[in-house]
Write a protein that binds this ligand. Structure first.
Ligand code: CP
Ligand code: NVA
Length: 313
């Protein structure tokens, strides 16, 4: 494990190692134990899109581990405009020890990882959001202990979060059903590759249209915004299309009694989820947000200890 670009790139042992280490780091944090393996190390944080959780948890996580973080925005380093992504990577590797990048283009994060000999972490692209789903898997471990066979119903847009859920489900044995309107399915390549990996192991990912069918017997209902960052102009049109997929009391009643409600946040209250459900007793959304911190600390600790990738110069 030299980067974290996609959960699909990790083997099952690596996924379990991250989840296990997150639990240890969380317990240490709760006990107030100081653990500073990244003393003197620096994380470069490149964000092309807004962020609350990802930005804060990476920066706080780095501080907990004894290192520090610097924020790099497009106004400062105009990747692809002022200089190439390769040149940015080859400069950064000389000064910082890890990079987290949140970009529109997924290829940009892949190119940065290819160029830099230091680990690159995907902090969300238009295609994937692996850190979020690792935190969500850890949250499910806290609730279910053994998550293989847990039934997750994802409702709404087949977006970056849905795509990473597909990757995370087949690596952990979660039984995933996605309900999305026609034209908003998850990425076909992600789905095909995940099914090719999961099906021989008897792991299924279903994609269907009917939200009620998807939540039948579900242990977990998951949703995300209907218009992701960069799709703001489509928001009004999407609200009409996605309306039947709203997670509300009526839909929750069709899931298993006591089913967990998850959302990566930020939420558009009253759109993809109602206030009463988001703030209700089934919701674990702020536990998910907290767990971003512990999981990403595990990821950074593991990656910082990995042998460096070979640099071309
Ligand atoms: N869930 C998540 O990634 O939140 P931010 O966009 O605030 O980082
Ligand atoms: N799908 C959302 C996730 C935000 C964390 C987006 O990309 O905006």
């Amino acid at each position: 494990m030299k980067d974290l670009i996609s959960i699909a790139d990790l083997n099952e042992q690596e996924v379990q190692r991250i989840l296990g280490r997150a639990a240890e780091l969380k317990a240490m944090h709760v006990r107030g134990e100081v653990h500073r393996p990244l003393e003197g190390k620096t994380l470069g944080m490149f964000f092309e899109k807004p962020s609350l959780r990802t930005r804060v948890t990476f920066e706080v996580g780095m501080a907990h581990l004894g290192g520090h973080a610097i924020l790099l925005t497009p106004e400062h380093i105009a990747i692809g405009v002022r200089e190439t992504v390769t040149d940015v990577g080859k400069n950064l590797e000389r000064w910082v020890d890890l990079i987290v990048a949140r970009t529109y283009s997924h290829q940009l994060v892949k190119d940065l990882a290819a160029a830099a000999s230091i680990p690159v972490i995907n902090g969300l692209t238009d295609l994937l959001h692996p850190c979020q789903i690792l935190a969500d898997l850890f949250t499910l471990v806290e609730h279910f202990t053994d998550i293989s066979g847990v039934k997750v119903a994802y409702l709404g847009d087949g977006n970056n979060v849905a795509n990473s859920w597909i990757n995370g489900a087949v690596k952990t044995g979660i039984d995933l059903t996605i309900a999305a309107p026609e034209g908003y399915d998850p990425d076909p390549n992600v789905l095909r590759e995940a099914r090719a990996y999961g099906e021989p192991k008897g792991r299924r990912v279903r994609v269907l249209r009917d939200p009620y069918e998807a939540v039948e017997g579900a242990d977990v209902i998951y949703t995300d915004v209907w218009a992701s960052m960069g799709q703001e102009s489509e928001r009004e049109a999407r609200i009409k299309i996605f309306r039947p997929y709203q997670v509300n009391r009526d839909l929750l009643a069709k899931a298993r009694p006591g089913a967990l409600v998850m959302h990566c946040l930020p939420a558009h209250r009253g759109e993809e989820i109602t206030d009463d459900v988001l703030d209700g007793p089934n919701s674990v959304v702020f536990q998910e947000a907290e767990n971003r911190l512990h999981v990403q600390k595990a990821v950074m600790e593991i990656l910082a200890a990995a042998p460096r990738k070979v640099s071309s110069q």
